[in-house]
Design a protein around this ligand. Structure first.
Ligand code: GDP
Length: 312
């Protein structure tokens, strides 16, 4: 085990911010990011992997800072043309982004695995960190709302998180296997980081892949989570709304309770520190709101220092 080897579990937007910070402070080749694929879906005949792509674009410096998702310098001719034909336009695919989905879909159909394709795209885009899908097998997050079960992107994008969430399921997870490299990365990790991602729809699908939760527990490495909730609010997205609907306290404490004894370190915003003082994990108060690149790097250092403190 090398204390330099850092493994981060991540969803999309919130997770990718910290993953970028980690990629800039961890030695090249020592960072592995395990990405949620529960949000993946097939749309307009294409295989779309929102969290892998958000991570890839962020780590390659190709992310769109205005939209907060998708690619920089994007144009929308494809989408406009689909719309003019009466096609589905509720999930927006930019022209540059489209190239990734088309090429990934072609390669998947020719028999390559998602992890091979993800690794290759990352290399072609000059990313030093390793991005691994949690699994090459199909896992799909579904949402139970008052009208019944709906697909995740129907809930998240088409209905903009309006339905009340009664339960979540990760279809296919019980039969799925960790992607090649995932178990080895966890077994040899010096530090495991749970990024400030939505616990229910970004981190728990990863933990639902058989073997991953046990490998984290067995690794012996410090497991440091960063709260995605600041002052009772999500920075972006439905995390707080979802927690309340699932009968949990929508606070940094609620997130820590959800992770339970899996985490040994917990990084929260200064204002939330007092509220989590009683948890078993070692608490670090910091500025966890990442607005600038410097914020991302500083928080990454805080997380690594928290892990060091747990090792001492
Ligand atoms: P998604 O898959 O695109 O929804 O992205 P994630 O699950 O990775 O991230 C969503 C979560 O990130 C939300 O709960 C946000 O509150 C959280 N988040 C976004 N930006 C920040 C930030 O700068 N700091 C912290 N602490 N959390 C953030």
């Amino acid at each position: 085990m090398s204390i330099k080897d850092v493994v981060a579990l991540s969803g999309g937007v919130g997770g990718a911010k910290l993953a970028l910070g980690l990629s800039r402070v961890v030695p090249s080749g020592s960072l592995t990011v395990i990405a949620n694929t529960g949000d993946d879906f097939e749309h307009l005949g294409l295989s779309i992997c929102p969290d892998i792509d958000t991570l890839t674009y962020a780590l390659a410096g190709l992310d769109n800072p205005t939209l907060g998702w998708g690619r920089r310098d994007e144009t929308w001719s494809f989408m406009e043309s689909v719309k003019a034909l009466g096609g589905e336009d509720w999930f927006r695919l930019g022209d540059r982004d489209l190239a990734v989905h088309v090429e990934r879909t072609r390669r998947l159909r020719s028999g390559e695995t998602l992890s091979q394709i993800t690794t290759d795209f990352a290399a072609k885009l000059g990313i030093g960190a390793r991005i691994l899908p949690m699994s090459d097998d199909r896992v799909r997050t579904r949402v139970l709302s008052d009208g019944g079960w709906i697909d995740f992107q129907d809930y998240f994008v088409r209905q903009q998180c309006r339905p009340v969430v009664r339960a979540l399921s990760f279809d296919g997870a019980p039969e799925s296997r960790p992607a090649p490299g995932v178990m080895q990365a966890l077994q040899t990790a010096g530090t495991i980081v749970i990024c400030p991602s939505n616990p229910f729809i970004s981190i728990e699908p990863i933990l639902a892949v058989p073997g991953i939760r046990d490998a984290i527990r067995a690794s012996g490495a410090p497991v440091v989570a960063v709260s995605p909730i600041i002052g009772g609010k999500a920075v972006k997205g439905p995390t707080a709304k979802m927690m309340a609907e699932l009968g949990m306290e929508a606070t940094a404490l609620g997130v820590a309770q959800r992770y339970g004894n899996m985490i040994s370190g917990y990084v929260v915003e200064h204002e939330d520190a007092a509220s989590v003082a009683g948890i078993a994990a070692r608490v670090t108060a910091a500025k966890t709101l990442m607005l600038s690149l410097e914020d991302r790097e500083t928080l990454a250092r805080v997380v690594l220092e928290a892990a060091d403190a747990l090792r001492r």
